[in-house]
Design a protein around this ligand. Structure first.
Ligand code: MG
Length: 354
């Protein structure tokens, strides 16, 4: 476990990279290597208090009546279309969700497209239509954009970068550093669906899979629980690196321990079977429509009930609790009754997953 405190997308301080090192696929996997890259390449140059907070969006206070939440995401998923979603839906939902996880109402998105020469116009149109459908569902507008074209073979059809901005609710203080001993960890539904759905679309499972990506905008779910409780301390979507990495980030940011109960963590049977066959732990597989809410114990039951009444929170469950010890660590009580440490994703697991 690394000891540091500053991060982007929850990245923890980690030893600096050797000067000779080059970019590797693992630097984009959302785990420890990504943190090392951020530490080495970005934080020293860009360092400021909003960035140093280390959440998936930055909290800004430009002297208006409300604070702002701003975030940006790049999307390089392959293939472009997969069961339950596509690169366009991912691009909108990913940014909407990161903006909303600070307790903000997402309002406006921008989109940058890098298109490869030869891309069929009908493919682009499908992606754009999917983005608009997701934006409509999330009740946000895509208000500006940019397009660049690169030569054939220089990109994989298309890449999309989205940025988003929203206004933070008054009277909320939500962030990765707000988890407190005694809090309860709520998970909005099953884990691993997105990663396995994309692998299935690539034909890498070796069998026909019915698993659908969970890609979804979660801002309406967040609205519902923030209307219910003033004691929601952390919200985060366990995307690349999965639930294990996300909870490790929060444990470090908050200086707390987090203890999960394996028996309560929902994993669809098909996802469990595929993971076992491929040697993956679902705790590390990416999700694109799930969130973790860390909530004061007295409000946990009502938050859970409200979450279950929403479209994307029907399978919400309590999966663990926040402890004072050991700070910065995630523990898992296994189905067999033993307890083990769950570390963050170490290197590359599933490249080009989002
Ligand atoms: Mg996020």
């Amino acid at each position: 476990m690394s000891e540091g405190t500053i991060n982007i997308e929850g990245a923890v301080c980690a030893p600096a990279l050797p000067h000779s090192e080059r970019i590797m696929m693992g630097h984009g996997a959302g785990g420890r290597m990504g943190q090392q890259l951020i530490q080495k390449a970005f934080l020293p140059a860009f360092h400021n208090s909003a960035l140093a907070a280390g959440d998936d969006a930055a909290l800004l206070d430009p002297g208006l009546r409300q604070q702002l939440s701003i975030s940006t995401d790049c999307h390089v998923v392959t293939p472009l279309f997969f069961p339950g979603g596509d690169i366009g839906r991912l691009a909108v939902c990913g940014t909407v969700n990161d903006v909303a996880m600070l307790g903000a109402k997402p309002l406006y998105l921008t989109a940058g497209f890098i298109l490869e020469e030869g891309l069929e116009m009908s493919t682009l149109q499908r992606v754009v239509d999917s983005m608009q459908a997701a934006a409509q569902e999330a009740d946000v507008q895509i208000v500006a954009g940019d397009t660049k074209v690169v030569q054939k073979g220089k990109a994989d059809g298309l890449y999309i970068t989205t940025s988003g901005i929203g206004v933070v609710r008054s009277n909320v203080q939500i962030g990765g550093a707000q988890a407190k001993p005694g809090d309860v960890v709520i998970l909005s539904g099953s884990i691993g669906d997105h990663g396995i759905a994309v692998l299935g679309a690539r034909g890498e499972l070796g069998f026909e899979s019915s698993v659908q990506s969970d890609a979804a905008p979660l801002n309406h779910l967040i609205d519902a629980i923030l209307d219910t409780s003033n004691h929601i301390h952390v919200l985060r979507d366990p995307t690349r690196g999965g639930l294990a990495t996300t909870l490790n980030e929060i444990a470090v940011q908050s200086g707390v321990g987090i203890c999960l109960d394996e028996r309560t963590i929902p994993v669809r049977p098909e996802v469990g079977a595929a993971s076992e066959m491929l040697g993956f732990d679902p705790l590390y597989i990416a999700n694109e429509g799930k969130l973790v809410a860390i909530v004061a114990r007295e409000d946990a039951e009502i938050v859970l009930q409200v979450m279950r009444q929403t479209r994307y929170g029907e399978e919400a469950v309590i999966v663990g609790e926040v402890l004072a010890e050991p700070p910065g660590r995630v523990l898992l009580k296994t189905a067999l009754g033993s307890t083990r440490v769950v570390d963050m994703l170490a290197g590359e697991m599933l490249p080009r997953i989002c």
